[in-house]
Design a protein around this ligand. Structure first.
Ligand SMILES: C[S@@+](CC[C@H](N)C(=O)[O-])C[C@H]1O[C@@H](n2cnc3c(N)ncnc32)[C@H](O)[C@@H]1O
Length: 218
């Protein structure tokens, strides 16, 4: 436990020292180092992007010829690099049409979609788990319309009973789907990341509907 707290403090201090907006930056860095998700020149969609530390990492890794669009319910403070655009919006309202309007350019599909979205936490593990799984299904549904064939999707999920169904739905759409727990995630947290690589060319648009969450008991 003490070792975990030390590790947490280490990432917190490192983020401050390097000017990252949160220690979550180190989660994405490690995922990308190990799973090779982002590439120079990529066009990336970051769902649940506030306060913006993933945007900072993505911006570095895609370079000046890449572009990243960060979307969040909350406003994201200015001061991000030139290859970052932010949108204050509910991701459930994103469509190719409204992205075209907001960005002022013809819509093109993304190379990578990332989601660090989290529901407002209640502290009740089952409720938070189902809230997180609903956000993951929303990110997966968006991949059917917004992600290129052969593109990659990474999303945060709080593990629990609905995780196997989510995994199955992802496995129907991508060549490789694996869970990943970065060192910067607290060991006691149920948080982990689903890394889905190489979107199938024949992913249906729209996807079969996600399984309904339980209506009681959470
Ligand atoms: C853990 S934070 C993301 C941290 C971010 N990756 C970073 O590195 O700074 C989760 C975010 O998900 C956002 N979120 C949750 N549901 C959302 C939704 N439906 N649409 C857009 N953003 C959402 C929250 O507002 C919150 O800012």
């Amino acid at each position: 436990m003490a070792a975990q707290r030390e590790l947490h403090d280490f990432f917190f201090k490192e983020a401050k020292r390097k000017g990252y907006r949160s220690r979550a930056a180190y989660k994405l860095s490690e995922i990308d180092d190990k799973r090779d998700v982002l590439h120079k020149g990529d066009f990336v969609l970051d769902l649940g992007a506030a306060p913006g530390s993933w945007l900072q990492i993505i911006s570095e890794r895609i370079g000046e010829h890449g572009k990243v669009i960060g979307v969040d319910l909350k406003a994201i403070d200015d001061g991000l690099p030139n290859n970052v655009v932010t949108i204050q919006e509910d991701v459930n309202l994103l469509t190719p049409q409204n992205l075209t309007t907001v960005l002022g350019t013809r819509f093109r599909e993304f190379d990578v979609i990332l989601s660090d979205m989290a529901p407002s936490t209640t502290g009740t593990r089952t409720i938070d788990h189902h809230g997180s799984v609903i956000l993951c299904h929303a990110a997966l549904d968006l991949s059917a319309t917004l992600l290129k064939p052969h593109g990659n999707l990474v999303m945060k999920v709080l593990e629990g009973e609905a995780y196997p169904e989510l995994l199955k739905r992802c496995a129907n759409c991508f060549d490789s789907v694996k869970g990943f727990k970065p060192k910067a995630s607290r060991a006691i947290s149920t948080e982990m990341f689903l890394v889905c690589l190489n979107r199938n060319e024949d992913m249906p648009k729209p996807l079969e509907p996600a399984p309904a969450p339980p209506t009681s008991g959470w």
